[in-house]
Design a protein around this ligand. Structure first.
Ligand code: ADP
Ligand code: MG
Length: 365
């Protein structure tokens, strides 16, 4: 029977030359679920994945696969080939001297008979839509086809855990979307737990059941994409997923003043500096109000007027930057691409208060 978790990392810590790269990291993966380890370059994602794989040993902490302890500071360190994990990396090249069939069979266990291997590799080729390709060599395949063969090789041994380090980043966008969708769907169906490392928030939002957001060696926040996008723990976490606007202000009598009227900010001590964060799509140009002046509402507060100082058409949307009259601050709004106001146009903006995040300034978790 399968354990509740396919892979567990417990309190993993790792340093290189006394520089700590992964710190007190905890992560659990469930069968058939995709977990994205997301964070900027250099934050320790690949190191974490290599520790899970057994390619690197942690200084502290434990690794469990399917409930069994396979590596700790005091126990033996199980080598990668015995862990029931598959790997896929961006530059995980196929063996150039082996055919497609030869490459896939390399992933199969040596205990299987020749006939069983041939059948298994045929079934895998069908799954990745490359039927009839068994005798071709890697140089005869396109980049996308090679990546699919690499995937077949990685899943041939039916690993409990698949570790993928930016495996799709070498492919161009259309191909990437297709191959990514197909590969991850296949692994979900097989009940494989997937750890997908990426630095692209769009990829994580699109593919993950669970996102673990990493910063400087730590996981700072974990959750479903919807929750992590809508409930960031701080302004950096909010900014990782989209452009943001930030209004800073001081708490006075339990409120903070903004160009959009006062915000009630309970829970923040008097005099503390707070950041009010709003994503551009939640600032709205208030066309009805043009020429009429402010008219506060409960949801959007007081509208504020600004002058267009930059206006960019991106097709699906336009990004408009306004210099606000109240304090000269610049705020960005994104609106459907049909509208592109000229520089210098005065416009009213209102703010979706229910979409604002309020944090103590310079808060670090
Ligand atoms: P990411 O995958 O998030 O970009 P990495 O885990 O590759 O980050 O690297 C995290 C940090 O650890 C980087 O500063 C990197 O230079 C350092 N690092 C990674 N591997 C080694 C190593 N074998 N020796 C020394 N430093 C390393
Ligand atoms: Mg990396």
């Amino acid at each position: 029977m399968r354990h509740e978790y396919s892979l567990q990392l417990w309190d993993i810590t790792k340093s290189f030359d006394s520089v700590s790269v992964v710190r007190d990291l905890n992560l659990s993966l469930m069968p058939g679920k995709i977990t994205c380890l997301l964070g900027p370059s250099g934050c320790g994602k690949s190191t974490t994945l290599r520790i899970a794989a057994g390619l690197e040993k942690q200084d502290k902490g434990k690794v469990f696969i399917d409930g069994k302890l396979i590596s700790s500071a005091t126990s033996a360190h199980m080598p990668p080939e015995n862990r029931s994990v598959g790997f896929m990396f961006q530059d995980f090249a196929l063996f150039p001297h082996l055919t497609v069939k030869g490459n896939i069979e390399f992933g199969l266990t040596s205990k299987q008979s020749l006939v069983a291997k041939t059948q298994a590799s045929k079934a895998l080729l069908r799954k990745i839509n490359l039927e009839g390709y068994q005798d071709k060599y890697p140089h005869m395949l396109s980049g996308g086809e090679q990546q699919r063969v690499a995937l077949a090789r990685a899943i041939a041994a039916a690993p409990k855990v698949m570790l993928m380090d930016e495996p799709f980043s070498g492919l161009d966008k259309r191909l990437r979307d297709e191959i990514r969708e197909q590969s991850l769907q296949l692994m979900k169906e097989e009940g494989t737990a997937v750890l997908l490392v990426t630095h692209e928030p769009e990829e994580a939002m699109r593919m993950a059941d669970n996102i673990a957001l990493m910063r400087k060696g730590r996981i700072v926040q974990q959750g479903a994409p919807y929750n992590i996008y809508n409930k960031p723990i701080d302004s950096k976490s909010a900014a990782f997923f989209s452009d943001i606007n930030m209004l800073t202000s001081r708490v006075k009598n339990g409120r903070t003043e903004t160009p959009f009227g006062p915000f009630i900010t309970p829970g923040f001590s008097e005099g503390s500096e707070v950041e009010i964060i709003i994503r551009p799509q939640h600032l709205k140009i208030d066309f009805d109000r043009n020429g009429k002046g402010p008219n506060p509402t409960v949801q959007d507060g007081v509208p504020a007027r600004g002058v267009v100082c930059s206006s960019r058409f991106l097709g699906k949307e336009s990004i408009i930057e306004l210099r606000m009259e109240t304090d000269g601050s610049r705020l960005r709004t994104s609106i459907p691409g049909v509208f592109l106001p000229e520089l210098g146009t005065p416009l009213w903006l209102s703010m979706r208060r229910d979409r604002c995040f309020v944090f103590l300034k310079n808060h670090e978790p």
